[in-house]
Design a protein around this ligand. Structure first.
Ligand SMILES: [Fe+2]
Length: 256
């Protein structure tokens, strides 16, 4: 099967939208629509018509462009059934583990509440890619606005179970700040030092810091490492639960 082409579209101050193109099926899908103009420009450049829009969560900086893009392209809009009252009008409402096909590829919806209650991620096993919005991010995770620390912890745990070769595409460019924080927690983590260097190289080349593998993130992202001895020792929380450790990390990051 021919693989999908993914185009990262920087939007607003630090958002990313993703255009996924299935050449064989000639289908084009967007993940999140922070802004109309940059996405439309990219579609025009490629002469692609949008067939689908996948929405990760209801925040304005992920849906602001949906109405205008819909008017022009008439795509099918996919989003969480549980949040449909505050999402743009959905053509396909998804629940946890629902599968749907996009061109020749099967995608799965994974509930990842925490940042918002109806937040979902989109996983494609055949391509080893996952679109995580503001749940799991490069060296970080989204702030907990609506859910509980337990919900976010369990959401990240769901994502952690995906194959380690899975590439993670999140909704924002927060990598430099996330790396800075992660290095204060684990200054001697050699994988983290390496990734932080790569992040700076990418920023210098104006390349987005997304698409790191889950294996890399499991070695470096403190929010995926709350169950490790290294993190607990680093924070002096040896006798505390994984959830307590995660909650402490999240609080530290909020105040960083
Ligand atoms: Fe958000």
């Amino acid at each position: 099967m021919m693989s999908l082409k993914i185009i990262v579209v920087p939007c607003l101050a630090d958002n990313y939208a993703y255009i996924i193109h299935d050449k064989l099926a000639n289908k084009t899908t967007l993940v999140d629509a922070p802004d109309f103009d940059p996405i439309q420009q990219e579609l025009e450049k490629k002469k692609w018509v949008l067939d689908n829009i996948l929405i990760t969560h209801h925040h304005e900086d992920h849906i602001a462009g949906v109405a205008e893009l819909s008017k022009l392209h008439n795509p099918k809009v996919f989003g969480a059934e549980s949040d449909k009252c505050r999402l743009p009008r959905l053509d396909v409402s998804l629940s946890d583990r629902d599968k749907f096909s996009i061109g020749n590829h099967i995608f799965k919806c994974i509930d990842v509440p925490g940042h918002t209650l109806g937040h979902v991620a989109f996983y494609c096993a055949s391509e080893n890619i996952v679109f995580t919005g503001d749940s799991l991010m490069t060296l970080g995770c989204g702030r907990i606005f609506e859910g509980t620390a337990l919900q976010m912890f369990e959401s990240l745990d769901q994502l952690k179970k995906l194959p380690e070769i899975t590439k993670v595409f999140s909704g924002h460019e927060y990598a430099r700040q996330n790396a800075k924080f992660s290095l204060t927690v684990e200054p001697d983590n050699s994988f983290l030092i390496e990734q932080a260097k790569q992040i700076e190289i990418n920023l210098g080349l104006k390349l987005p810091n997304v698409g790191f593998s889950l294996l890399t993130e499991k070695r470096t992202n403190p929010f995926l490492r709350a169950d490790t001895n290294e993190i607990k020792v680093a924070l002096g929380l040896e006798d505390r639960s994984d959830l307590d450790t995660f909650t402490t990390l999240r609080k530290m990051k909020d105040e960083f």
